[in-house]
Design a protein around this ligand. Structure first.
Ligand code: NAG
Ligand code: NAG
Ligand code: NAG
Length: 327
């Protein structure tokens, strides 16, 4: 490539997360955007098929930065495949029931008293703050704090601890502000439906859900405890959020695939590797991290790869667009 472009690309996208520079600022020229990486890969055959890396953030924050070639590939493809079929009501109900504790149990029965009490207190705090976290734009769309809280956390006492942990992670001010606009992967699914394309999914709900339920009890309690400690420090104002959706959006718009933040996004699981943890807890954090990496990234990649290959072989005359999480 032309040298100055490479230099610009490196300069723009390899800045530290805390940098003030915004690749997606209005001053950033669209002509420069075309010099950045895209998340589109072509599978060379006739007609071609594509892999596209999506992201789980409101599509309006990234759409203008997605290069034209990616949008064109989407338009021209006959069949669009996702990880899961998010427009199918079965997917949603299966995900919901997979997250529940066995019949007749609730969190109070399974969590240590201290954790349960802190969890309850934290959710009360979130419920109280939620109206002030919502934007005028969200209120304008008829999204109410009570409704949103119930939609996300209404049934919390019946959820498995690992799902409560993920839920607590998504109940921050920054994440609440992003609710109400479809995330990019869902938007693509809706667009595919609107354009009357054939759609499908390469994974079953259980394949995404069961690995998370497979973490053992002491690991889950550790993870939930760390998540609560983090939220409590945030509340006390003694901690800045380590990864924010804003960082994720900036890296995505910069085409920065290598960012560790994507691993973070892919597994949808927080990273507990905290250098200030005592050594024994660092071991647990490391074990959780390798478990998720193995189950949610490596094993899934292999399984999804096999299904992609089978689909391509079965339909040699069709153009596929596979839209999977970028990580
Ligand atoms: C959970 O798994 C870790 C790592 O495999 C192990 O060291 C620990 O003893 C297990 N705890 C329980 C309660 O099974
Ligand atoms: C939660 O973590 C803190 C700090 O690492 C630890 O002192 C405490 O014992 C943990 N609580 C539970 C219930 O595991
Ligand atoms: C790291 O762990 C310490 C002690 O458990 C906690 O006080 C601190 O908030 C944690 N930092 C992050 C970024 O999670």
């Amino acid at each position: 490539c032309v040298l100055w472009r490479c230099v610009i690309k490196d300069y723009l996208c390899h800045l530290p997360v805390a940098s003030l520079f915004q690749c997606n600022s209005p001053n950033f020229l669209i002509s420069q955007q075309t010099d950045l990486n895209s998340f589109l890969w072509t599978i060379k055959r006739d007609p071609p098929s594509y892999f596209y890396g999506t992201i789980h953030v409101p599509y309006t924050r990234v759409w203008d930065f997605i290069p034209e070639n990616s949008k064109q590939a989407f338009q021209e493809s006959n069949i669009v495949y996702f990880e899961l079929d998010l427009t199918d009501p079965y997917t949603i109900s299966a995900l919901t029931s997979c997250q529940l504790l066995p019949q007749g149990k609730n969190l109070q029965d399974v969590l240590p008293r201290d954790i349960y009490r802190r969890l309850k207190r934290h959710l009360e705090y979130v419920k109280l703050m939620m109206p002030s976290w919502m934007t005028p734009d969200q209120r304008g769309k008829g999204l109410y704090a009570d409704y949103l809280f119930n939609a996300i956390a209404g049934n919390w006492e019946r959820k498995r601890p690992v799902w409560v942990m993920l839920m607590v992670n998504s109940l921050t001010e920054a994440d609440i502000k992003t609710r109400g606009v479809p995330v990019l992967d869902l938007y693509l699914a809706q667009e595919a439906e609107r354009m009357k394309k054939r759609t499908g999914a390469v994974e079953k709900v259980e394949e995404q859900c069961h690995p998370l339920n497979g973490l053992n009890f002491s690991q889950v309690i550790f993870a939930l405890n760390q998540t609560l400690l983090q939220q409590e420090s945030l509340r006390a104002g003694s901690l800045q959020v380590p990864y924010t959706t804003e960082d994720l959006i900036r890296h995505y718009n910069c085409g920065d695939l290598n960012s560790i933040i994507f691993n973070h996004d892919t597994s949808q699981v927080p990273n507990f590797n905290n250098v200030t943890l005592p050594p024994s807890e660092q071991v647990t954090a490391q074990e959780i991290d390798s478990y998720f990496r193995q189950e949610l990234i490596y094993k899934r990649n292999e399984r999804m790869g096999k299904r992609v290959k089978a689909l391509l072989e079965e339909h040699p005359d069709k153009s596929f667009f596979f839209a999977f999480g970028a990580g």
